[in-house]
Ligand binder design. Structure first.
Ligand SMILES: Nc1nc2c(ncn2[C@@H]2O[C@H](COP(=O)(O)OP(=O)(O)OP(=O)(O)O)[C@@H](O)[C@H]2O)c(=O)[nH]1
Length: 336
């Protein structure tokens, strides 16, 4: 077992969880109604079309990186919208664009991989942008997928009603859409309608993520993102897209039984698993003498403490799960 300590001398445990350790128990999914709907939604569109902002508006918290510059989103970001009768799992993809560069080609492959695993696709087209070859390219790709596609006309606050009506017509003529929804993520306009429409295209399914806490879930997503970002930053090109992050649990010793970690005081205990597909990747993530994992842990802990506004004990584990990317639903039930 490789072990490392973080900057405060607390252990960062990179090995398999102890099956008998009660703090490692999977998160229980509570009872759900029989007609519960749950599934994956992929937000798709050219760069800068408002996908990240819309993800944030749907989830209700800032979880994706947004910026005025195109193509800032380099990896999938998930948000979970839990309601009493439904659960939308949002997958935010990199911008879909013409494969001019190898990196572009890789991003497009990633987009296609993502699309095969989702239940409904939301295709984002800004209200004020003329429909161009990029949009037609995406529309063609989507036509062959056999999945419901909701055309989302974004940034409606930037145009007049007449312009919006014109754009809705143009979008209607662009392809076969399950629905067309105009929305302004910035103003929060029609975001609830979009949520309803997307949910209507989900299959009957038990919740894919724990539903007990609507407000805690985005927090866990953000914690996971911070760990993932720290890992990608540290590992750069060594480990491209086969790294997944699972937040196993967040325990507050002030209000919950804190388990068996001695010497961590009142720190929030955050347990996170890094999933890789091969043992060779596991060795990369851990690094020599645990150096990579230690650096990832320190960097992520700084961000998590800033996010949550309190001291955190971060417990990182690296696990090999063969081909975790191939079955998103099975993975979701594993807690991913
Ligand atoms: N006025 C207005 N601006 C918006 C709206 N949604 C997004 N924007 C702006 O459009 C720009 C791009 O938004 P993002 O959400 O980063 O777009 P994206 O599609 O995720 O971009 P990539 O990561 O490059 O693919 C940002 O400057 C946003 O503030 C909206 O509803 N109204």
């Amino acid at each position: 077992m490789t072990s490392a300590t973080d900057a405060d001398g607390f252990p960062i445990l990179p090995d398999e969880p102890d099956a008998d350790d009660p703090t490692r128990a999977p998160i229980a999914v509570p009872d759900y109604p029989e007609d519960f709907r749950a599934g994956f939604v992929c937000l798709l569109g050219r760069p800068n079309t408002g996908k990240s902002t819309l993800t944030n508006a749907l989830v209700g918290q800032k979880i994706a990186i947004t910026s005025g510059r195109p193509e800032t989103t380099r990896h999938n970001v998930r948000g979970v919208v839990s309601r009493p009768g439904s659960q939308l799992v949002l997958v935010d993809t990199p911008g879909f664009h013409r494969p001019r560069t190898l990196l572009g080609q890789r991003l497009n492959d990633l987009v296609r991989d993502t699309l095969t695993g989702v239940d409904v696709i939301a295709f984002c087209i800004p209200a004020g942008d003329k429909i161009g070859p990029g949009d037609r390219l995406i529309a063609r790709e989507l036509a062959d997928l056999g999945k419901p596609v909701v055309a989302v006309v974004t940034k409606t606050d930037t145009v007049s009603r007449a312009k919006l009506a014109e754009q809705l017509l143009a979008v209607d003529q662009l392809g076969q859409w399950a629905d067309i929804v105009p929305v302004s993520a910035l103003k929060g306009d029609q975001v609830d309608v979009l949520e309803e429409v997307l949910t209507s295209h989900l299959p009957a399914s038990p919740p894919l993520y724990p539903t007990d806490s609507v407000t805690d879930e985005p927090q866990a997503v953000m914690v996971g993102e911070l760990v993932r970002e720290a890992a990608l930053e540290r590992l750069r090109d060594e480990l491209p897209h086969s790294l997944a992050v699972v937040v196993d649990e967040i325990v507050d010793p002030k209000t919950q039984d804190a388990g068996r970690v001695k010497g961590t005081g009142n720190r929030l205990q955050v347990r996170v698993s890094l999933l890789v597909e091969r043992d060779s990747q596991k060795a990369i993530v851990i690094g020599r003498g645990g150096a990579n994992l230690k650096a990832i842990g320190s960097e992520a802990r700084r961000g998590i403490q800033e996010l949550l506004g309190r001291k955190v004990y971060l417990d990182l584990h690296v696990r090999t799960v063969k081909d975790w990317q191939s079955d998103p639903k099975a993975l979701a039930r594993l807690g991913f």
